[in-house]
Structure formats: C-alpha cells, structure tokens
Design a protein around this ligand. Structure first.
Ligand code: DC
Length: 230
C-alpha cells in the first residue's frame, strides 16, 4: 500500500494523518512506520521537492528561475513504488537523499508556483483506507481537513546527530557541526518563506522527540489517531 497514489474518491473521505516538522526531526521514519502499521498510503512530500530540485539541476535550470521550475514541477514524471522513487523512468531513490539536493529542494520550495504545481499530485495520495502525509505544510495547506495532525520536533543537536547516523548508514561521513549548520539554514528558509512556511497547524499536537525512541514516537501517533477516530 505504501507509496501508491490513487485518485481520491470524494464520496469516501479517507482518514488523513499529517506529520510535519523541521529537517531531520525523524518525521519521515515515523510516518513510514505509522503508514505500515495502519496499512495506509504514504506521501513523502519532501521527495517531490527533491525531485524538482534534482531535475532542475540535471537540466541546468537555475533554482531561482521560477517559470521554468513551475513548468518542470507540473510535468514531473514520477513513480513511487515500494522499492523507491523513479524520475523519468530512472531510479533516483538514492540520488535525491543527499544534503545538496535537500538544500536545493528547500530553495525550489520557496516559489509559490512550484508549490501550487505539486498540490493536486499530493492530494491524489488521499485514498482509502487512509493516508499518512509527511512534510512541512501537510496539516496547514495540503490536508487542512486531516483529523490527526502531529508536528514533530527535536533539538537541533539531536537532529544533526540523527542525520549523521543516517548518512553513516549509507557510508557517508559527515561532521555534526557542518550538518547542524545546514539544518539551521534549511529550517530558517523553510520557516521564513512567504507561502506555506514550516509551522504547526493550529490544531496540531507538537511532539518533541529529542528524548524519545522511534518506537515511542510511532506509538504516540498511533494512540493519537485511535483517540481522534474514536
Ligand atoms: O522533508 P525533506 O527534508 O525531504 O524536504 C526537503 C525540502 O523540501 C525541505 O527543506 C523544504 C521542502 N519541503 C516543503 O517545502 N514542503 C513540504 N511539504 C516538504 C518539503
């Protein structure tokens, strides 16, 4: 179920759980685990911005060339599968995970036209039996009707250390200080942009995972969903 995008059926509203938060907060891991536990679809919205960034860089399009980025985002040929993500038929699962692409994604994401071009694509993931959506504006803009909204945070130090471990698992060695600086810069840009800035929805619960395990965070979201659906 995870990763597929079906057309939403307005007659059958599917439950939506939104998990927003800053970079390296662990929201992606938590969202994937919650989706698996419930058998729900999963939307990794950050992947879409990363794909736009990757394609723009490959095509030599400047990250401030809004008209060309919007056209590119609107025509993005992307397929999410259980195995990963393909762009124009090419497996880019690993290619979109680097820090340079994350930084570029944050830059393309400031353009309102790029965000609008990706909106319908994101909403199409909402289908029975339900959806877990992770990103920055899932609870505020893309799925404001979601019944369960969680905003995941963690101290910058904890997030930098988590990112370092994630990269180390992929054989990439990175210094915590450098990662901390990148995370700060990306969060500042994501928080301060004019459209759909990173912020908790007014009806979101904030979950600080600094001292929590992934299991704790997953259990919290599942309990919150069960409570809200009762
Ligand atoms: O979640 P992520 O780290 O893969 O996201 C990469 C960048 O994409 C993030 O720094 C900002 C942008 N993004 C966004 O603007 N809105 C989203 N819903 C998800 C990601």
């Amino acid at each position: 179920m995870v990763g597929s995008a079906n057309e939403a059926d307005p007659a059958t509203p599917a439950p939506v759980i939104t998990i927003d938060g800053p970079a390296a907060s662990g929201k992606g891991t938590v969202a994937a685990r919650v989706a698996r536990a419930l058998g729900f679809h999963l939307l990794d919205s950050g992947a879409l911005y990363r794909l736009v960034a990757l394609k723009a860089i490959d095509a030599g399009i400047a990250l401030d060339d809004a008209p060309r980025l919007v056209a590119l985002a609107a025509a993005l040929d992307v397929a999410f599968t259980a195995a990963g993500v393909a762009l124009d038929g090419r497996d880019v699962t690993r290619a979109i995970r680097g820090e340079a692409i994350a930084e570029a994604a944050s830059r393309v994401a400031v353009h309102p036209g790029v965000r609008s071009a990706l909106l319908a694509r994101q909403r199409a993931f909402c289908a029975p039996p339900g959806l877990v959506a992770d990103g920055r504006d899932m609870g505020t803009v893309v799925f404001p009707q979601a019944g369960t909204k969680v905003f995941v945070t963690a101290s910058p130090q904890a997030r930098a250390e988590r990112r370092r471990l994630q990269l180390a698992e992929r054989g990439v060695v990175a210094a915590v200080d450098a990662l901390l600086a990148e995370i700060h810069a990306r969060d500042a840009r994501d928080r301060s942009r004019a459209v759909a800035p990173l912020a908790p929805a007014s009806d979101a619960v904030v979950l600080d995972t600094t001292d929590l395990t992934i299991d704790d965070a997953v259990a919290f979201v599942l309990a919150r969903f069960a409570q809200r659906s009762a």
